[in-house]
Design a protein around this ligand. Structure first.
Ligand code: NAD
Length: 301
């Protein structure tokens, strides 16, 4: 057990229990931490709890954890539709919808609610400026980007993103927590939209969508090309479906707003699909149909 500067973090709050929030809550609970997860309504909170339970069940089926560990982890997670339940948290990881207004309002509220003076206020944002989230609080020196990858229980990487005002001690504690308590690997990035991984990945995904949109190749062939030709674990359109097309659009728009480079502009096909509610796996259909298992090679995890 670590005794370093992140080891005092025992009570974690996670805001949002969608794809990412559920995964973050799960890895924190599996690390023995006390976790409260906040969602917008009691119904959304229950759905989030079921998502965490479902993922733990998959872990048991794959032999990654015992049934007793599954029970213990689930008992450490409480879901709540009331943000004031975060008053006693040592660390909050915000993983709500990728929307600047929503996140800024949440950080203002968290600043008001979280009592511990040196609590860390982290965001899992993929693309929004950490500086803006920090400036929504009275403690920007304690606000930092802690960017997990999907699926969180499987992927090892976390990007650590300090803003210009983040205190060095905040970064040290966040890194120590992520590596020593959660057992993940960190890389560090400047506070620029997309950080390291999405700055490289998002233009690639958008290129694949433009390729499909222009009739250059079919969705199946684009994905099969990158899986069998480049040994990628899944093709770009399958990956876009896994990320969520609404989330991918929001990330691309934030990157476009930061860099003003057409490389990051979401293609019309992507925008139309989001308008149609075709969001990828989470809605059952995106570039592929997810209502049935697919035959295209795709190694998810
Ligand atoms: N999807 C990915 O692959 C991925 C990877 C890394 C980071 N992220 C980032 O993680 C964050 C969440 O993405 P996601 O994929 O989990 O999205 P999601 O749509 O699956 O889940 C977002 C959740 O946030 C909840 N929410 C919205 N407003 C809220 C509020 N005010 N309070 C509490 N909950 C609220 C929604 O009800 C929803 O359940 C985003 O910032 C996204 O950019 C996503």
């Amino acid at each position: 057990m670590s005794t370093g500067p992140g080891a005092d973090i025992r009570r974690v709050g996670v805001v949002g229990c969608g794809l990412m929030g559920a995964g973050i809550a799960e890895v924190c609970a599996r690390a023995g931490l006390d976790v409260v997860v906040h969602e917008v309504s009691p119904g959304a909170a229950e759905a989030g709890h079921a998502r965490i339970a479902g993922s733990l069940d998959r872990g048991v089926r794959r032999g990654k954890l015992s049934w007793a560990d599954r029970e213990a982890a689930l008992n450490r997670v409480r879901v709540s539709a009331d943000l004031t339940d975060f008053a006693d948290r040592d660390l909050v990881v915000e993983a709500a919808t990728e929307d600047e207004k929503v996140k800024c309002e949440l950080f203002t509220e968290l600043d008001r609610i979280v009592v511990r003076e040196d609590a860390l206020l982290a965001s899992n944002t993929s693309s929004l400026p950490i500086m803006k989230l920090g400036m929504a609080t009275t403690r920007p020196h304690q606000v930092i980007g802690v960017h997990f990858f999907n699926p969180v229980p499987v992927l090892e990487l976390v990007e650590i993103v300090p803003s210009l005002l983040t205190a060095p001690q905040t970064q040290v504690r966040a890194e120590e927590f992520v590596t020593e308590v959660l057992g993940k690997k960190v890389i560090r990035a400047q506070d620029r939209a997309g950080f390291v991984v999405n700055a490289l990945l998002v233009p690639y995904l958008l290129s694949a969508i433009r390729m499909l949109e222009s009739g250059h190749a079919s969705a199946e062939d684009i994905d099969t090309g990158m899986v069998l030709g480049c040994a990628h674990p899944m093709g770009p359109l399958s990956l876009a479906d896994l990320i969520g097309l609404d989330t991918l659009t929001a990330i691309a728009e934030a990157m476009y707003a930061d860099f003003k480079d057409p490389l990051h502009a979401p293609p019309p096909l992507l925008l139309r699909m989001v308008e149609a509610g075709l969001l990828g796996r989470k809605s059952g259909r995106g570039f592929h149909d997810h209502s049935e298992p697919r035959k295209v090679p795709a190694k998810v995890n």
